[in-house]
Design a protein around this ligand. Structure first.
Ligand code: BTN
Length: 252
């Protein structure tokens, strides 16, 4: 089924492997084409993980973007998508919800993950690179598999209400269109500023960054203009983190 929420065109499926894969398999699709599904049977997360995609319980959405911007600004797509999700959830005005963004783009509610974002690129020679922004938001899940139950949550688990997936999607697309326009109009600073306002990970957080073969510990000291996370190590050295998994080190 097709829906329109300008500038977006939404291809809606009941059940599909992965909305990111489906969008990748639509090579001539114009910018702002979206694929959403009620259920994903092979939803994918970052680092080869799977994304729990129970039928009707979450938003599973992929959006095609073709930003004609400098390559150095591309990582900001990831930050702006997280800002859009966090602002959409804030807009629901659920007072019991403490929202946060863990760098770069995990949205947390009461310290558990409520949304994840997987951005993949596919290019066609002589064309602006295509980015598929895949967003999963846990809306109406009443439980999670045991391996996720301590680290994931949903809006329903946090406040007991049921949320309409299509309304949430439309509100999210509005926030995404707003922040994407800021990026295209060269207002990257506003994205960095908003991300830092919404994230307790921006400054003063003791974290460990996990790479494939190394871990480093330090305190976050803000974002670099590229969107990278700046970390001050106990030695005083400042490291700019471009990729890696962040964990909050809780004081014992
Ligand atoms: C993560 O945090 O690991 C990223 C999760 C991304 C999940 C979304 S759901 C819609 C889109 N389709 C997928 O297969 N994955 C993304």
């Amino acid at each position: 089924m097709l829906f329109f929420h300008p500038p977006f065109t939404i291809h809606h499926y009941q059940s599909i492997g992965s909305t990111n894969n489906q969008l990748k398999a639509m090579p001539g699709a114009p910018e702002f084409t979206c694929v959403m599904a009620d259920e994903q049977t092979a939803g994918r997360g970052r680092r080869e993980r799977s994304w729990h995609s129970a039928p009707g319980e979450g938003l599973y959405l992929s959006i095609l973007l073709r930003p004609e911007i400098e390559a150095s600004k591309i990582p900001l797509l990831s930050l702006l998508a997280a800002v859009a999700v966090a602002e959409t959830i804030r807009g629901l005005q659920i007072s019991s919800l403490q929202l946060d963004i863990k760098w770069p783009n995990d949205v947390l509610a009461n310290d558990r993950k409520i949304s994840g974002i997987l951005i993949e690129s596919t290019s066609i020679p002589n064309e602006a690179p295509r980015f598929i922004v895949g967003i999963g938001v846990n809306l109406n899940h009443q439980s999670f598999p045991p391996e996720l139950s301590e680290i994931a949550t949903s809006l329903q688990l946090e406040c007991g209400n049921h949320f309409n997936v299509a309304s949430f999607r439309n509100a999210l697309l509005d926030r995404l269109a707003f922040w994407y326009e800021e990026l295209r109009q060269n207002r990257a600073r506003k994205i960095l500023q908003r991300w830092q306002e919404l994230s307790s990970y921006a400054r003063g957080k003791q974290v460990v960054v996990i790479f494939d073969h190394e871990e480093i510990r330090g305190e976050t000291i803000g974002l670099h203009e590229s969107g990278a996370l700046q970390l001050q190590l106990p030695s005083g050295e400042i490291r700019t983190i471009l990729a890696g998994e962040i964990k909050h080190l809780r004081q014992s």
